[in-house]
Write a protein that binds this ligand. Structure first.
Ligand code: SAM
Length: 269
């Protein structure tokens, strides 16, 4: 798993007021159409604006290695949107958490194209959250918020007790709160499962964008998947890789995620 830098005390600030959308490549609609994606009015412009903000910010903050425009549309936009094949059936208002979102991937392109879903973008790095807050403001989208936290800590957050009118509730919890949890490029599945599965509601879905090594990663993750009490529901081939879909049918044992384990150097490899 990549090591996020320690908390930075003075996060960068970003101003995207004068940033204009990146033009979409000629192949976009055809390739998206082949994936069953039809954009609503304004979506492509917003996706282009997101990419323009990402590339602009990348000059000061190291957010992405992919800077060539066509490649950015492919690796950032199309690859993120492959998850629509899994998230497409979620009902209005369903909640989706993107763990280790970095520059907003895959969460931001998904939020742009599914305004009926509510997204939370989680990352441990302050400058990435600062970038995302400024980008969300520039895009003017209302279905997306950020969370600056380490996943292995936030996944243990069961909220605080609140008593009102004789009713006791827990507020602000993160554990077992999301209808779906997504992630891309946040380490091997044996560790990624630990920091994604606990966030999903019972009955929820965990959809991980993976490359060609998915079968080997699944094999290696079997012992921890068993301990997490979740199963591989399906592996969906996509034009850009594979999506591993985990199904959570019972509560995750309280032990998980194991903070020491997630943070160990060996686990990150
Ligand atoms: N998902 C993005 C993408 O596909 O481009 C970013 C991938 S980047 C290689 C990994 C990101 O995960 C970094 O932004 C890092 O800060 C974040 N990350 C890694 N471990 C994390 C953890 N335990 N909790 C929260 N964020 C984490």
């Amino acid at each position: 798993m990549p090591t996020p830098p320690g908390p930075s005390r003075t996060p960068l600030t970003f101003d995207f007021a004068s940033v204009q959308p990146l033009a979409a490549p000629a192949w976009l609609l055809e390739r998206a159409g082949a994936m069953g994606i039809e954009f609503d009015k304004g979506d492509v412009e917003k996706l282009g604006l997101f990419l323009a903000c990402l590339l602009e910010a990348n000059q000061r903050a190291n957010l992405t290695a992919v800077t060539e425009h066509d490649k950015a549309w492919e690796r950032h936009v199309l690859d993120s949107l492959t998850l629509l094949a899994v998230l497409g059936d979620l009902p209005d208002g369903a909640t989706v958490l993107d763990v280790g979102t970095g520059g907003g991937l895959p969460g931001l392109p998904l939020a742009i194209c599914t305004p009926h879903l509510r997204f939370t973008l989680l990352d441990a790095t302050a400058k990435k959250i600062a970038f995302l807050d400024a980008t969300i403001a520039r895009l003017g989208i209302k279905n997306c918020t950020t969370l600056h936290a380490r996943a292995e800590a936030a996944a243990h957050d069961i909220g605080t007790r609140a008593d009102a009118k004789g009713v006791t509730k827990r507020e602000g919890a993160k554990r077992e709160q999301f209808d779906a949890v997504v992630a891309r490029a946040v380490g091997a599945m044996r560790v990624l499962a630990e920091i994604t599965v606990p966030f999903a509601k019972i009955g929820g879905t965990i959809a991980l964008i993976k490359g060609q090594k998915a079968p080997a990663e699944i094999e290696e993750a079997q012992p921890v998947l068993h301990e997490l009490k979740c199963v591989v529901d399906q592996v969906v081939p996509t034009p850009t890789g594979q999506i591993v879909v985990l199904a959570k049918r019972v509560a995750t044992p309280r032990l998980f995620p194991r903070i020491e384990k997630v943070n160990s150097k060996k686990a990150r490899k």
